[in-house]
Design a protein around this ligand. Structure first.
Ligand code: SF4
Ligand code: SF4
Length: 390
């Protein structure tokens, strides 16, 4: 395992691969976390040198923090790992909420301190709201009390909003950005700072944690068009390895979080993490990545990462599944075929009253989407396109 150091936190050696605790294995036919499988995954990751674990208040409907906390306690891991957790800023309606929620998180994690504490899913308008609620006073108080050790934020908005947030509070020590070879130019299709964010963070001495290095698993299991591009490269690599190496190529990246829910993913990712160094990919390999970027650019219809922050919808619309089917149909080239194709899986969603036709345009999903997707508009577009082919 390779380790990197945050510019402002020289005493912490962080594994370049971090464990994201938002996609843990589930018990069969259930939304409940499979705790024993999770325990084995965490133990395996620690044995491979992973020391950064990232959870958040809403992950697994609030269960990620508590199941993880139980495992850390039972396996006596607290002194061997760094815990990152996040303030759900959308739930903060008054100043007291900050203090109440943090204490709740510490209780769920069964620890007296959180190493890396982030304001979750910040954007320009949330930063204004949080400032009005004296968020920096809360962060400094929590740090002075030893409840949190380092202050940061995760972010989804354009570069200007990111720059403003970095500039307005010097207490931030790190930030978390969405970065991968599709989202490198963040503002083209998503509201993310992309490479500009990476460079600016470095200028401000903020270490960068990368989220979605595999784009919700898409880059680990890409469509055949991408596999063909990688197969023509002069080095044999799995798609996940191409994606991770590309992220670690940037010196500004301290760790990349992967939501691993399978032992082989951990072993593969750790093996790559042990041999990936900044600025080490030759031009020929960067060209391969460029080709993959162009391919995705031309195919992806909606920049949905499948994070599920937008659900449940009060009308039962399966928003992430609709976007997944829409993007998959495009990536499989179905919209370019002239003959009619039966897209039964979307038809099933419609028959189960989970299709876009159930949407009443209430807008409640939109404010939760970190990618700022106009969900009612785009699910309608997906619906029209997918049903057109039936
Ligand atoms: S806008 Fe439509 S999809 Fe979004 S929450 Fe409302 S009903 Fe559901
Ligand atoms: S639509 Fe937005 S909130 Fe919903 S899963 Fe996709 S990216 Fe996440």
């Amino acid at each position: 395992m390779n380790y990197r150091i945050f510019p402002k936190i020289p005493d912490c050696q962080i594994s370049v691969l971090g464990f994201g605790l938002m996609r843990l294995p589930l018990l069969s036919n259930s939304d409940e976390i499979d705790k024993e499988k999770t325990r084995n995954l965490i133990k395996l990751a620690v044995s491979q040198g992973v020391n950064y674990f990232d959870t958040a208040y809403p992950y697994h409907n609030g269960k990620s923090e508590s199941v993880f906390g139980e495992i850390v306690k039972e396996e006596n891991l607290r002194d061997k790992i760094f815990i990152a957790d996040k303030m759900p800023v959308w739930d903060v309606k008054k100043e007291d909420d900050f203090y109440r929620i943090l204490d709740e998180q510490l209780a769920k994690l069964q620890t007296s301190y959180i190493d890396f504490y982030l304001l979750h899913a910040m954007d320009g308008s949330r930063w204004e709201q949080m400032k009005n609620l004296n968020v920096t006073k809360f962060l400094e108080y929590a740090k002075s009390q030893g409840k949190i050790r380092h202050i940061g934020f995760s972010f989804h908005d354009n570069f200007d909003a990111f720059k403003k947030m970095c500039d307005e509070y010097s207490g931030f020590e790190f930030c978390q950005l969405q970065y991968n070879y599709i989202d490198e130019d963040g503002e083209i299709r998503t509201q993310n700072p992309g490479w500009q964010g990476l460079k600016y963070a470095a200028q401000k001495e903020l270490g960068v944690i990368v989220m979605e290095p595999l784009r919700g698993g898409l880059l680990a299991n890409p469509p055949s068009g991408i596999r063909d591009i990688f197969a023509s490269a002069d080095v044999p690599r799995l798609p996940a390895e191409w994606a991770l190496r590309y992220v670690w190529e940037s010196q500004e990246v301290i760790t990349a979080l992967s939501g691993m829910n399978d032992e082989s993913q951990i072993l593969v990712n750790c093996a790559v993490a042990s041999t990936a160094f900044p600025n080490s990919m030759p031009q020929s390999q960067l060209e391969v990545i460029k080709k993959a970027q162009f391919w995705f650019e031309s195919k992806i219809k909606v920049p949905c990462t499948g994070c599920k922050y937008c659900v449940p919808c009060p009308k039962g619309v399966s928003i992430p599944e609709i976007f997944e089917k829409y993007n998959n149909a495009s990536m499989r080239g179905l919209f370019e075929q002239t003959e009619k194709i039966l897209l039964t899986d979307y038809e099933n969603l419609v028959n189960w009253n989970k299709g876009a036709n159930q949407c009443v345009n209430c807008g409640s999903c939109v404010k939760h989407c970190p990618q700022h997707i106009d969900i009612p508009l785009k699910i309608q577009e997906a619906h029209n396109s997918l049903l057109l082919k039936i």
